[in-house]
Structure formats: C-alpha cells, structure tokens
Design a protein around this ligand. Structure first.
Ligand SMILES: [Zn+2]
Length: 451
C-alpha cells in the first residue's frame, strides 16, 4: 500500500480518535492514590483493556505491578514468521497542578486554536491513540504485518518502577525484536524526530554539620564555623566560572552528533531573561544531552521570614546530577560524593544519602529498524528527514528494556513536542501531529516487516 492511502485512512479515523481520547482524558488517572482515587486509574486500565479487546488483541491482561498500580498488556498476532514489535504508551498522567490555572478543565478534552487541550492528551494517552490509529490504518490496508505486543503502563509519571520490576520478573512478556516507545516527541511540531539519548540521573542529599547547635551570630559569628556557609562553598565548587559542571574525576561527556539546538531557540524555549547568559560550554545540544549537569534542587536552611540572627549548626541540600550516555550513574554518584567531601571547608562534617539513581540510555541507530523509521518519517512528513535528538531527562523503563533485551532496537517517538507543554498547566496535543505520527508508526511497521 502506498503511503498516501495510509495517510488517507488515518485522516478519516481522526474524528473517532478524538472521541476516544476525550473518553480517556476524562479519567483522573494520576497514580498517586492519596490524592487521586485508585478507582480512576483502574477505570482507565479497564478502558484500555476493553479497547484492545475490541481491536482483536488476545492474551489481554491487566497486570498488577509491584508498586500497586496496573499496566495493561495485549498481543495481536501477525503473519507467521513476522517480527514482533512492542508498542508502549502510558495511561497515567501527571497531576493537573493548579486546576484553576487551566484555561479549560484539565480532564475535559477541549479544542482551542487547532489544538486539543487536556491532561495526558500528549503525555501519553494520545500515544496510545496514536498506536491504535496506526494499527487500524494497517488493517484497512490489508493487515498488520507484524506481531504486536502492546503495553500501556499505569504509573510512568510517579517513577515508582512498577512495570520495570514486573518486566524483570517476567522477562518473556515484553520480549520483542523492536520497541516503539510512544512517550517522547518531535523536536518541533512538524519536524520528525527520534530521541536517541537520555541522560540518567543521580540524587544525592548532602548534609553539613559544624556545631552542636545554632549560635548567636553577634556573639559567635566571625569565628564559629557556619554550616550554611560551608554548604554554599561545597555547592559552588560544583561549577566552573562559566557555569559548567565540574565534578572531580567525572569526564565531560561526549560530542553530540545529532540535531543542533540553536542558542536563540533555546533562550526562547527556556524563557531566559534578557541580559542573562546561558551557562556551560560547547553547543547547547551538548550541554543538555551529552554532558553531565549538576543542579541544586533543594536547600534546607532557615527561611527568610522568621529568620533569627544565628550561625547555623547544620544545613542540607539535595543535588541532582544528570549523567549522559557513556557514563555510569553509580560511578558518577561516588565521584559527586567524593567531590563534596573533598571541597568541604574548615573540616566541616559531610554526610550523604543517595535518594535516587537511573542509568543513561543511548540507542544503536544503525539498525534496520532505524532505517525503516527514517523512511516512514520522511513519508509521513513530506519534505522532512528524520532527526536525532536527545532528551535531558530519563525514562527508567528504557534502561530496564535495554538491559533485559540488549539485542532489541528501542525507538523513542511521540507527541510531546514543545508546544504540548507536557507536565504543565494547559497541556495539549496537536491533532496534526497525532495524525502524522500515527501515519509514521503504520509506515514504520510496514517497512520494518519488509526488512
Ligand atoms: Zn510520559
């Protein structure tokens, strides 16, 4: 079937896709059950399972994962000897944050200015609809040419690792020749992009102690070692003058060879104030995708309001270190702690507690699967070529899958282009992107099946 007919079929299926996405968005499926009722997530899981059943999937299972949430699995058999492709999305969503700040209610899909607004429209309920559209278009074009395993996770946003643990315990379940993770997005709407690199991360609590208790700053200040001042020194030592991250012994990542991120675009996307410089060195793409980056994400010290004239006995910070592909997060954590210890002034005592860690991910981009995706993207987006981008954040499931199935190609694509404002107030999806990406997935499966 030529690409045109796939595109025409997907276009004709869009009204139904909008109705389905409206139903799915209406579930308040935030996998944080102290604030959002578990029944909302369970109802969303049931909706996904029912939809898969109606699409002809078999072996449908609502899996109880070790974190107390549910992921939905289904298998759609293809022709004999066809390869198996895993399609991934997640039905849980980020909390809506300040619901009153949304222009229209977060759990009511609303069309405005050519976009569909609502929590999860792009991340990642729309990703599930994207996969469905692709499979329907293929069926209309004569059949789905591969075996499809669909997995729709129920707790991606909470980072509780339920599906990762489940996959480790049931390694056959998600085994596939290629995996399409529909939870990323194009670098810009209309610019087809595969995300080929994800930075890992480590989270380290750093506590500094200098005194048995707080002291009056008039009586003791000037000689008494100040824990907050010591902490500031330590944190400052993690950056060079230009703001680059400097952790003793940690190599500076690798050169970036994919898409470039023009500095002006980055300034605009990041809303950097006029006259304020970007930090770091190298290209913007290198700084955010292929180099380590330290960020102090919290400090425990007295708040300004109510502060007393005291020299602090203790102070604490939470330091995040993003770890690019090619480096090991465990090793980076050790180096970060050793660096903080070595840079503590005045013999201050430093204690560490690691509160999180994920490994970086780097895709193998020379495989037939990548070639099939490049062809699919250039057909689905006429006049464009597939771009390689990185993502500064982590998707821990990718690491689990890469470790469990080292031979499998993992392709990260999706609907979360910058205008989608995922995780923020007024999240939306571009229906044009949904349509084009569904065409991409369908053509990819065709090309991939042909080898
Ligand atoms: Zn997501």
């Amino acid at each position: 079937m030529p690409p045109n007919s796939i595109a025409e079929t997907v276009a004709s299926l869009m009204p139904r896709a909008k109705e389905e996405l409206t139903e799915l968005v209406a579930f308040r499926s935030v996998a944080e059950f102290t604030t959002f009722p578990r029944s909302e997530s369970e109802a969303a899981a049931t909706w996904v399972a029912t939809t898969l059943r109606n699409e002809g999937f078999r072996d449908i299972a609502v899996l109880d994962t070790p974190d107390g949430t549910q992921s939905v699995y289904g298998f759609l058999p293809g022709p004999q000897d066809a390869p198996t492709v895993l399609l991934y999305a997640h039905y849980d969503v980020q909390p809506p944050l300040d619901e009153a700040a949304w222009t229209t209610p977060p759990f009511e899909l609303t069309e405005r200015d050519g976009r569909w607004y609502g929590r999860g429209t792009a991340d990642c309920k729309g990703g599930f609809i994207m996969h469905l559209l692709a499979l329907r278009a293929l069926r209309a074009a004569g059949g789905v040419p591969v075996n499809v395993k669909m997995i729709v996770e129920g707790s991606e946003e909470q980072g509780t690792g339920g599906l990762e643990r489940y996959a480790e315990q049931h390694p056959e379940l998600l085994r596939a020749d290629t995996m399409v993770i529909g939870d990323a997005g194009n670098f810009r709407a209309g610019l087809p992009t595969v995300t080929v690199s994800l930075r890992g991360m480590t989270l380290l609590r750093v506590r500094v102690d200098t005194l048995e208790g707080n002291l009056h700053s008039g009586q003791f200040g000037g000689a008494a070692p100040d824990a907050l001042a010591a902490l500031v020194r330590i944190l400052d030592s993690l950056r060079a003058d230009d703001g680059s991250t400097t952790v003793d012994g940690l190599v500076d990542g690798v050169a970036w060879e994919g898409l470039q991120y023009p500095e002006e675009d980055f300034r605009r996307d990041a809303k950097v104030l006029d006259g304020v410089a970007l930090i770091g060195s190298g290209t913007v793409a290198e700084r955010i995708w292929s180099r380590p980056a330290v960020t102090v994400i919290g400090i425990d010290c007295p708040p300004v309001v109510g502060a007393t004239p005291s020299v602090q006995a203790s102070a604490r910070a939470l330091v995040s270190l993003r770890v690019p592909p090619g480096l090991d997060s465990t090793e980076a954590t050790k180096l970060l702690a050793a660096h903080c210890e070595a840079h503590a002034p005045w013999g201050a005592r430093v204690h560490f507690e690691q509160t999180g860690q994920g490994q970086p991910f780097g895709a193998h981009t020379t495989s037939p699967a990548y070639a099939a995706m490049a062809r699919a993207m250039s057909e689905a987006y006429p006049g464009q070529e597939m771009q390689y981008a990185g993502q500064g954040g982590s998707i821990p499931l990718c690491n689990t899958l890469a470790q469990l199935y080292p031979e499998t190609d993992i392709l990260l694509i999706g609907l979360s282009e910058p205008e989608a404002r995922i995780h923020a107030v007024d999240e939306s999806v571009s229906p044009q992107e949904l349509e084009s990406m569904a065409v991409t997935v369908a053509l990819f499966l065709q090309h991939y099946a042909q080898g």
